[in-house]
Design a protein around this ligand. Structure first.
Ligand code: GDP
Ligand code: MG
Length: 296
């Protein structure tokens, strides 16, 4: 009956709608103070994805983060706009008593679900609900070389149920390559033994192809990252890097650290999946709980 259906045309329509609507993507950085969270956010905005088109108003020198705050950049590529928002958090561990130090973070994440829910339930609901939900939470682990600390276990256990966590080893330049590999292995063991859910979860792999791709990521987390706010001259090129006693660590060089792996996972290969998991799993869990309380 139908020799030619015209799926191509449907794809074109989807593409054109998407180009008009743009993409919203929200990342949050979490972890103890001094681990380089603010620096990494800065690095992300300065790195090659956004160098051409970003509005460079992000603070040049990094001061101590005292409250939760978000910075957005609109990146445009091939006619599609992506609004990338990163929420920086003050970090914990500064207090003598770190009990419940995850509360402000959990509260923020839930508040964004709540905002979305209220909009969805509104009689005159918007055709496009502004999305401030956290699509990915980067959790910073100190480069101790030992094991996960009780505070990290506690924190990630709580976060893992409400958001997609991507753990990273902070300031990886302070460890040798061998130390990094051993540390990563121990962390993966600790995550499993403690039943901590980190992204990407096996249960949500949709097909064998995705499973292979995600297994490769799961075998390689947590990414050992390095952040910087400086550019250095290497072979006549300006590169983002850190000067160490062994030479310059190039942040965007995959032979030096895994910053690029992290960046590509977040804003290239898994952006749509992170958004889908946020909407279909984490937000859905929140929504069901709230509607069961039925006092919305
Ligand atoms: P935050 O408290 O987690 O936001 O940490 P900051 O971004 O304010 O960084 C704290 C300090 O660590 C600063 O002096 C940074 O220059 C330094 N720092 C940040 N990233 C790295 C890194 O990847 N390696 C090393 N060695 N130092 C870093
Ligand atoms: Mg900070």
């Amino acid at each position: 009956l139908f020799g030619y259906v015209g799926i191509e045309a449907v794809l074109d329509q989807m593409r054109s709608k998407m180009m008009k609507a743009g993409v919203e993507f929200n990342i949050m950085v979490v972890g103890q103070s001094g681990l380089g969270k603010s620096t990494l956010v800065n690095t992300l905005f300065k790195s090659k994805v956004s160098r051409k088109s970003c509005t460079p108003n992000y603070e040049e020198t990094i001061s101590k983060t005292v409250k939760l705050h978000s910075v957005s950049h609109v990146i445009e590529e091939k006619g599609v706009k992506m609004k990338l928002t990163v929420t920086d958090t003050p970090g914990f561990g500064d207090n003598i008593n770190n009990e419940n130090c995850w509360e402000p973070i959990v509260k923020y994440i839930n508040e964004q679900y709540e905002k979305y829910l209220i909009e969805e339930l509104n009689v005159n609901r918007k055709r496009r609900i502004p999305d401030s939900r956290v699509h990915s939470c980067i959790y910073f682990l100190p480069a101790t070389g030992h094991r996960l600390r009780p505070i990290d276990i506690e924190f990630m256990k709580r976060l893992g149920n409400i958001v997609s966590i991507v753990p990273v080893i902070a300031k990886a330049d302070t460890l040798t390559i061998e130390e990094r590999l051993e540390f990563k292995e121990r962390i993966r063991q600790d995550l499993t033994t403690n039943g901590i859910c980190v992204y990407p979860l096996k249960e949500y792999d949709e097909d064998p192809e995705e499973r292979i791709l995600n297994n490769r990521i799961r075998d390689n987390i947590p990414f050992a990252v390095v952040g910087t706010d400086k550019e250095h001259q290497v072979n006549g090129n300006k590169v983002l890097g850190r000067k160490t006693k062994w030479g310059i660590i190039e942040v965007e060089n995959v032979a030096h650290c895994e910053f690029v792996n992290l960046r590509d996972l977040l804003i290239r290969s898994h952006l749509q999946d992170l958004k889908d998991v946020t909407h279909n799993i984490h937000y859905e869990t929140y929504r069901v709980q709230r509607l069961n309380q039925s006092n919305v």
